[in-house]
Design a protein around this ligand. Structure first.
Ligand SMILES: Cc1cc2nc3c(=O)[nH]c(=O)nc-3n(C[C@H](O)[C@H](O)[C@H](O)COP(=O)(O)OP(=O)(O)OC[C@H]3O[C@@H](n4cnc5c(N)ncnc54)[C@H](O)[C@@H]3O)c2cc1C
Length: 413
């Protein structure tokens, strides 16, 4: 249990030490430059410095630290995926999350809730059974349960048969959790900065310098920076940045919206997902209901939120939890989801020799933050892909070796 707050309360001198050293001038060159300052970049820098002693690292973020999708997600963490490759990868992340507050000495408010994927059709029951069997085979706690068991664990759900989509069963995943997304980024950022990693906000990469199939450095709005290795971790802008590096990604970028209610007393422990109704809901530690659904119907680079989304989502929500009719919404927002054809990420080496990629994070990348840091730091340090991300290589699309996770990653995130 982290005691930072208690220690701060008992201190005689204020203010407390800053989380990150103040921004300074960019050096002319670094060992490693990371484009993007979200959770994945910060986690990679943390493990690079901690596990490989690589500390001459600059994180270049065009906006403010972790202000992209890391700030906008609904914080669901789980590993009940469909493919063995996906389950192993996300399960490693869940295990890292379980120890992360201690590891970073920073309370990330990790809260294990149990995760329900509701099944309203026979086809959904079949997929749930399939996922449960794959999960169990790989040691992940998931099972298909029926309506009585659902009602026993989560009595607030509307189990009536007199609705458009009665609940026939659910894939129940007890380790499903939520955490404080900002804390995850700040904890990793602080850990990396303490080991010497430089974090530069308001620093946009506008060009990627190359020679003979190798990257030499990047041009930014604050000048040119040379680097031995460059990692792109720019969820929501992956195709735009890869284009600067001279290669294409099979990604469509589509807005993803979410909203929260005003806080109310805790009544919902679990995380509830319904694919047929296109909704998911959990209750945060502050009491707000955190709600979202699937991506917008069309791709556009914009983080505006819409009335359409709100009306559709809340109408469906009321079928599951009809007593929420008087609940007031507090705010809504959107982020940019980089969707891949198979709903799995694109990670590892690229056509450029010393240029690495962590992308294709669609609607599902918050839960992967620790495992991305772990595997991308290995990949950058050793110039070879970590075995857990080998299946997510860019070339899988031309090899027709997709890792199909649509059944497990769409609305459920
Ligand atoms: C509404 C919503 C709900 C979600 N819910 C969940 C969920 O419940 N569970 C889950 O697992 N995932 C969820 N996700 C997905 C998750 O948020 C992302 O996959 C994850 O945060 C990606 O993290 P990242 O560090 O890769 O990217 P980001 O946090 O987006 O960081 C990328 C950074 O790159 C910067 N950047 C871009 N271009 C440049 C440039 N040229 N130069 C410098 N910097 C640049 C951006 O400013 C940004 O800060 C959700 C996403 C949204 C939008």
């Amino acid at each position: 249990m982290p005691f930072g707050l208690l220690k701060y309360g008992l201190r005689k001198t204020y203010p407390a030490e800053r989380h990150f050293p103040l921004a300074r001038d960019l050096k002319p060159s670094y060992d490693v430059v990371i484009i993007g300052g979200g959770g994945h970049a910060l986690a990679t820098a943390y493990y690079l410095s901690r596990d490989y002693g690589i500390t001459d690292v600059a994180i270049l973020e065009k906006g403010y630290l972790a202000g992209g999708n890391t700030a906008r997600n609904t914080a669901i963490i789980r590993s009940n995926y469909l493919t063995p490759e996906g389950v192993k990868f996300y399960d490693t992340s869940v295990k890292l999350y379980q120890e992360l507050s201690q590891d970073l000495d920073y309370n990330i408010l990790y809260s294990e809730r149990g995760h329900f994927t509701l099944a309203h059709t026979d086809a959904a029951i079949r997929t749930s059974r399939w996922r449960a069997e794959v999960n169990k085979h790989l040691g992940v706690n998931s099972e298909l349960i029926g309506p009585e068991e659902i009602h026993r664990i989560c009595p607030v759900l509307n189990m009536s048969e007199d609705v458009r989509y009665p609940i026939l069963g659910a894939l129940y995943h007890p380790p499903g959790s939520i955490a404080r997304h900002d804390a995850v980024a700040w904890g990793y950022g602080r850990g990396a900065a303490r080991r010497g990693v430089e974090i530069h906000q308001l620093t946009e990469v506008t060009e990627i310098l190359q020679e003979g199939g190798k990257v030499k450095g990047v041009v930014t709005n604050r000048g040119t920076v040379y680097a031995n290795k460059v990692l792109q971790a720019t969820a929501g802008s992956s195709s735009l940045v890869a284009k600067m590096a001279g290669f294409r990604l099979p990604i469509r970028t589509i807005p993803l919206q979410a909203c929260v209610s005003l806080p109310v007393k805790p009544f919902l422990d679990q995380i509830i997902v319904s694919g047929s109704l296109h909704v998911y809901i959990s209750q945060s530690s502050r009491g707000e209901l955190v709600m979202g659904g699937s991506t917008d119907p069309y791709g556009v680079y914009s983080t505006r939120s819409t009335l359409d989304f709100k009306e559709g989502l809340l109408g469906h929500m009321l079928e599951l939890l009809p007593f929420l009719g008087e609940m007031k919404l507090n705010r809504q927002w959107a982020g940019m989801a980089d969707m891949t054809p198979d709903f799995s990420p694109v990670m590892g080496l690229t056509p450029l020799e010393n240029y690495y990629i962590d992308s294709g994070w669609g609607t599902w990348g918050f839960k992967a933050t620790p495992v991305c840091g772990l595997t991308m730091s290995y990949t950058v340090a050793n110039n070879k892909p970590h075995e857990l991300i080998e299946p997510f290589r860019l070339s899988r699309f031309e090899e027709m070796k997709q890792v199909g996770e649509k059944g497990a990653a769409s609305v459920g995130h």
